[in-house]
Ligand binder design. Structure first.
Ligand code: AMP
Ligand code: ZN
Length: 114
């Protein structure tokens, strides 16, 4: 756990959140500032700053996180589908340095993103 990390605090039960999924290695919470009717954040329970760091250190966990994101995306997006987004670094809009996959569904999503 990283004491300065808001997602680690959520995973430790120190800050409340709505959990959509949780096991020993992967968790999914509702985004506090949702950008679509469904907006979930799927993350490893272990603190890792971003996706390339996770891919370098624990590649199997990348797969597990994306498996959970896929199940949740299917469940919430249905036939209309869903979007997964992983921001890496400040220029890409990453504001929480604990790797997470955004899962968005429930409205039309344009391309390219902003
Ligand atoms: P990113 O900008 O890609 O790092 O995404 C961080 C996301 O975390 C944003 O969409 C925020 O709305 C969300 N967020 C920040 N704090 C919380 C919180 N306490 N509970 C749930 N989501 C949060
Ligand atoms: Zn963390």
């Amino acid at each position: 756990m990283d004491e300065a990390c808001i997602f680690c605090k959520i995973l430790a039960g120190e800050i409340p959140a709505t959990f959509a999924y949780r096991d020993e290695r992967v968790a999914a919470i509702a985004d506090v500032n949702p950008q679509a009717p469904t907006h979930l954040l799927v993350m490893p329970v272990v603190h890792v700053a971003n996706m390339p760091a996770l891919a370098d250190s624990q590649p199997a966990l990348v797969s597990e996180v994306f498996s959970v994101a896929s199940r949740l995306g299917r469940a919430h997006g249905g036939d209309d589908g869903f979007r997964t987004v992983v921001n890496t670094g400040p220029g890409a809009g990453q504001t929480v340095e604990h790797m997470h996959v955004h899962v968005l569904a429930g409205r039309d999503l344009r391309w390219p993103p902003g």
